[in-house]
Ligand binder design. Structure first.
Ligand SMILES: CC(C)(COP(=O)(O)OP(=O)(O)OC[C@H]1O[C@@H](n2cnc3c(N)ncnc32)[C@H](O)[C@@H]1OP(=O)(O)O)[C@@H](O)C(=O)NCCC(=O)NCCS
Length: 146
């Protein structure tokens, strides 16, 4: 928890916009966006489980595009297949793969608009309980152009 607190204070405090979609008495969804001139990085995007599939995630992405029309990037865990499908349908494409030691997960960097992929990004097999954390499957297809 203290690692998360440190990360929030270091990465977000004073540098990020926090956008909330709210109903009386409760938060439906939020986005943490770091704009840099006309580009931006989406640090967090969460829709309350009771309010998913209602277009709220898409609405927050539209807001991010409005704020940062030149381009957006974000990271998502390779195992988050729901988010990956959501971002793919919203025109984002996986650009690179990295391992985040803080969360001990393989992370995919997504970008919109999709950059031309010079080196094809391999499809990363979500880790299973008996697979080593850093195993990356041989590429047979990519997140782009599915
Ligand atoms: C991923 C997430 C942000 C999507 O938000 P949402 O409000 O449910 O998505 P929307 O209702 O706006 O849907 C937008 C599009 O994504 C698609 N989509 C949404 N959830 C989906 C799912 N579970 N599987 C496949 N497609 C999905 C919708 O069909 C829609 O497609 P369309 O525009 O082509 O019709 C939301 O599920 C979420 O907060 N998940 C938990 C947190 C998370 O994983 N955040 C991302 C971490 S980086």
């Amino acid at each position: 928890m203290s690692a998360w607190r440190s990360r929030f204070l270091r990465d977000y405090a004073g540098r990020a916009e926090v956008w909330l979609l709210a109903a009386p008495g409760r938060i439906l969804a939020f986005m943490v966006l770091k704009p840099q001139r006309r580009h931006g990085f989406i640090e967090q995007l969460f829709v309350h489980p009771q309010n998913q599939h209602q277009g709220l995630g898409r609405a927050l992405l539209a807001l991010a595009r409005f704020r940062c029309p030149a381009g957006l990037e974000l990271d998502t865990p390779a195992e988050n297949l729901v988010a990956r499908e959501f971002y793919r349908r919203q025109g984002f494409a996986a650009q690179k793969v990295a391992f985040d030691p803080l969360v001990e997960r393989v992370i995919l960097r997504y970008a919109w608009p999709a950059l031309e992929v010079r080196r094809r990004v391999p499809y990363v097999t979500p880790p299973t309980s008996n697979s080593p954390k850093s195993v990356i499957a041989a590429p047979s297809w990519t997140d782009r152009g599915r």
